[in-house]
Design a protein around this ligand. Structure first.
Ligand SMILES: [Zn+2]
Length: 243
């Protein structure tokens, strides 16, 4: 994990852009032998009404999940891992939204933002998309049932599908899933083959796996507006598959 610092584009030509960042901690650079960095381009547009609705809907589903939780050991573990242990009123949606926003900003190293329209600290569209996908991942990891399919809520479908693969949940309905090989439907091959790095997959539960076999991959993709994701080394390792 690195550190996030603000920067400004000071030049752009056919070869690329030049970014200036006011960072003077050379000890840090030497110590960690930092040579590379990632640049996130902020598009300057504020979050859209649909993004705002998605954030409120996700927070509502998370609140519903934890306010109705049995006060078991497992429940407190969930609260701890979601960093919600110190929320005073678990039914207070606004308090939970603020706490999740705070956790997200801490993680990304950014200032707290608001969801209000045209306020100086309103979240931009790119960050809002990342925040939504982060909330979606929390729901996948903790098995939180949502009122809409998460495939409709996520902003970056590749990231969503990848999270579903890692947690082995169906990308359509959220039930426990097997990893469905994308390229073999209708080829008469056996379902049980060895997964490997670079393979295109969809995480699907039994019912949706049967459906894709019946109606065909293309019709299935159109019906659910779903695509595929490629297995990488990390996914193979997590799922204990050969690379
Ligand atoms: Zn399913």
């Amino acid at each position: 994990m690195g550190t996030i610092i603000p920067g400004r584009i000071i030049g752009a030509d056919a070869d690329g852009i030049t970014v200036y960042a006011n960072f003077t901690n050379f000890e840090y650079l030497m110590d960690k032998e930092v040579c590379n960095c990632e640049v996130i381009l902020r598009d300057g547009r504020q979050l859209s009404p649909s993004q705002r609705n998605k954030i409120f809907a996700l927070v509502q589903d998370i609140t519903k999940h934890i306010s109705g939780g049995q006060k078991s050991e497992e429940f407190y573990e969930t609260l701890t891992s979601m960093q919600l242990l110190y929320v005073i009123d678990l039914e207070d949606r606004e308090e939970i939204r603020k706490r999740l926003t705070y956790n997200y900003c801490q993680l990304r190293g950014i200032d707290l933002f608001s969801l209000k329209e045209r306020s100086p600290d309103t979240i931009d569209m790119t960050t809002a998309g990342d925040f939504i996908d982060w909330l979606v991942e929390l729901c996948i990891i903790h098995g939180i049932q949502c009122s809409d399919s998460l495939i409709e809520r996520c902003e970056d479908q590749q990231r969503y599908l990848y999270a579903c693969v890692m947690q082995k949940v169906c990308c359509i309905c959220g039930l426990p899933a097997d990893i469905h090989e994308y390229d073999t439907v209708g080829m008469g091959r056996e379902r049980r083959t060895i997964h490997h790095e670079g393979q295109r997959v969809q995480p699907l539960c039994r019912r949706h796996h049967i459906e894709v076999g019946q109606i065909g991959q293309n019709a299935f993709d159109r019906k659910y507006h779903v695509s595929w994701v490629r297995l990488d080394a990390r996914a193979c390792e997590q799922l204990k598959w050969k690379k």
